[in-house]
Design a protein around this ligand. Structure first.
Ligand code: NAI
Length: 253
């Protein structure tokens, strides 16, 4: 697997761990220059040296994706180093769980800011730059990492499920707004993959019971989204926009 994203400049948010780290490495392996956005600089430095050590190109960008000024500055840094981004992977996200009656407004707002507001901020910034030239816009690819939780009413998931539904609708609206110019906006909605986000829950008695109820009684492998991500980031998906690609191993059936 090499070279399908040669010549592309990609921003990946939440790249310091889990799926985002994997996506950044994957896009770099496929030839893209990658601007890795996250708050933890030490982890980003590791990622960048891993990518450059393997012959790829990457840049660590310290960025809290809920903060408008930091997002704009991050895209400026990417542009100064590699040129304007033509690919954006909105991956950063957090979860909370627990009954709505016990959820604080601060936690609700924090989930919404990280999962939805960040997608708006980064997509707006990416698109403003893509739309500056027809050639650039025609190559524009935005991929939002939503969740199976966008369409499943998970008990205890009021903030998380609402936020991911918001991501899917934002995907469709932005796809519509920028379709004429050529920018494609799509979402991937994964089922459970073990990462820092959910490892505690998956190993708890409740998590184990949930896995037993899944049709295949398993979570997905770390590489389960790789091909879908490369497809949606590449020219191969030029006729795909406004879609939600559910990759869940049947967990939502
Ligand atoms: P993770 O916790 O390993 O990664 C999330 C990343 O987002 C972390 O690197 C974190 O530091 C970063 N982040 C959080 N807030 C941020 C902020 N304000 N600014 C910058 N970065 C920030 O979890 P995972 O699983 O890799 O999650 C990645 C995405 O995939 C999330 O959007 C999550 O909702 C989604 N997802 C994950 C699933 C899973 O089973 N792991 C299933 C469905 C969706």
């Amino acid at each position: 697997m090499t070279g399908r994203l040669q010549g592309r400049v990609a921003v990946v948010t939440g790249a310091s761990s889990g799926l985002g780290r994997r996506f950044a490495s994957l896009l770099a392996r496929e030839g893209a220059c990658v601007a890795a956005f996250a708050r933890r600089e030490d982890r980003l430095a590791d990622l960048v040296s891993e990518i450059t050590g393997a012959g790829g190109r990457a840049l660590a960008v310290r960025c809290d994706v809920t903060d408008e000024a930091q997002v704009v500055a991050g895209f400026d840094r990417c542009e100064a180093e590699f040129g304007p981004a033509d690919t954006l992977i909105n991956n950063a996200g957090i979860g909370t769980s627990g009954p709505a009656t016990e959820l604080s407004v601060a936690d609700f707002d924090s989930v919404m800011a990280t999962n939805v507001r960040s997608v708006f901020l980064a997509s707006r910034e990416a698109a403003r730059r893509m739309l500056k030239s027809p050639e650039r816009a025609a190559r524009g690819r935005i991929v939002n990492i939503a969740s199976l939780a966008a369409s499943e009413a998970l008990a205890g998931g009021s903030a998380y499920c609402a936020s991911k539904s918001g991501v899917v609708m934002l995907t469709r609206v932005l796809a519509r707004e920028w379709a004429r110019a050529g920018v494609n906006v799509n979402a991937i909605s994964p089922g459970f993959i073990e990462t820092d986000l959910n490892t505690e829950w998956l190993h708890s008695p409740g998590g184990q019971k949930m896995i037993e109820r899944m049709p295949r009684r398993r979570t997905m492998d770390a590489d389960s989204l790789d091909e879908a991500l490369v497809f949606l980031a590449s020219d191969a998906s030029r006729f795909v926009t406004g879609s939600e690609l559910i990759i869940d191993d049947g967990q939502g059936l």
